[in-house]
Design a protein around this ligand. Structure first.
Ligand SMILES: [Zn+2]
Length: 344
């Protein structure tokens, strides 16, 4: 009996030693220590033993049982630890690997420029106004002193939807709409940025869709010097305090007198170079004193009220400010172009 127990012990311990997983260990536990196992069987046969032998064998059986149980427990701890280590190793993160770059977007250059223009004019007490891109012939042309058949309409060949509806060719109708809203007796000081459309053939400086920012001031006693002061402040803040401006006579049907504003060339400082075509000046925008007919059509008495208006192209501003050489860069969504200006 003693031999049998010792045999069972070494057999079980050997199996525990080579058990490869927890399932195998559990099988060994059931096989050797279970109620139907060989040790239990040995113990059942103890009745046949002599009084002297019984405690000896009983003690031995318990020792064998304990040594197998403790070997199983030790092995189980070891297997569990190994499994945990394996799992940790598989799930570990190599913090020395370079990370994947996160692509951060940014506003489109045109959006940035328009926001910059807005900020400048808000700083001078202007409000921002918007209007519809599908406009009536009346607001797009007639209310701006461009009656049907006026030759200046040819300069703004448009996309007509019906005889009376078109895609607006400038943001000026927002000026007419704003004046109408104010009912002919409230002062106006606003700019209106937005998309406009013309039937142009796309090239490096023309696009059938582009953006404009127009501005309008109407009040009592508004003079040409007010126009010059506001535009001078704008030009210096946008392009740098060292830039000068000049006003040249021009023609727009909705202003009288009308001017074009130039800024001094940055490249040559006014000496004349290839960028400014030898003149020392670069054209920036058009402006003028609001035509009395326009004031009158909007309900303002031109004897009491006067005003000035101006219009600029954010594309042109951006091209001059950042040296962009082709207007089509703004619309073709080439990320390599757009990315350069994300921190602007
Ligand atoms: Zn120059």
């Amino acid at each position: 009996m003693k031999d049998r127990l010792q045999e069972l012990q070494s057999e079980a311990l050997e199996k525990v030693k080579y058990a490869e997983d927890l399932k195998a260990l559990q099988d060994i536990r059931v096989a050797y220590l279970g109620k139907k196992g060989p040790i239990t069987e040995v113990l059942r046969g103890m009745g046949k033993l002599s009084k002297e032998e019984r405690p000896v064998i009983g003690q031995l059986a318990n020792d064998v049982r304990e040594s197998i149980a403790s070997a199983i427990q030790t092995k189980q701890d070891k297997l569990e630890e190994e499994a945990l280590e394996k799992q940790l190793e598989e799930e570990s993160i190599d913090v020395t690997l370079p990370g994947r770059p996160v692509h951060v977007g940014g506003p489109h250059l045109l959006t940035s420029i328009i926001e910059e223009i807005e900020d400048l004019f808000i700083g001078m007490g202007f409000e921002i106004k918007e209007g519809p891109e599908v406009e009536t012939d009346y607001f797009n042309f007639e209310a701006l002193n461009l009656p049907k058949g006026h030759p200046a309409r040819d300069m703004q060949d448009s996309f007509y939807i019906t005889e009376e509806l078109l895609l607006r060719t400038h943001t000026s109708p927002v000026q007419a709409r704003t004046m109408k809203q104010k009912d002919g007796h409230e002062a106006v000081r606003m700019i209106c940025p937005g998309k406009v459309y013309r039937r142009d053939t796309d090239d490096a400086t023309h696009s059938h869709q582009f953006t404009q920012v127009e501005g309008l001031v109407v009040d009592e006693n508004i003079k040409m010097s007010d126009l010059k002061g506001v535009l001078n402040a704008f030009a210096k803040q946008m392009f740098g305090s060292e830039r000068d401006i000049r006003l040249r006579p021009s023609f727009f049907p909705f202003t009288e007198p009308s001017v074009e504003m130039d800024i001094s060339c940055k490249m040559c400082g006014g000496e004349g170079c290839s960028v400014c075509k030898g003149t020392g000046w670069i054209e920036i925008l058009g402006a003028g004193m609001v035509h009395p007919n326009v004031l009158e059509m909007a309900g303002y008495d031109p004897e009491v009220y006067s005003g000035f208006a101006f219009g600029m192209g954010p594309e042109r501003i951006a091209m001059l400010k950042y040296g962009v050489d082709d207007i089509r860069h703004f619309y073709t969504n080439d990320i390599r172009f757009l990315k350069q200006y994300h921190k602007v």
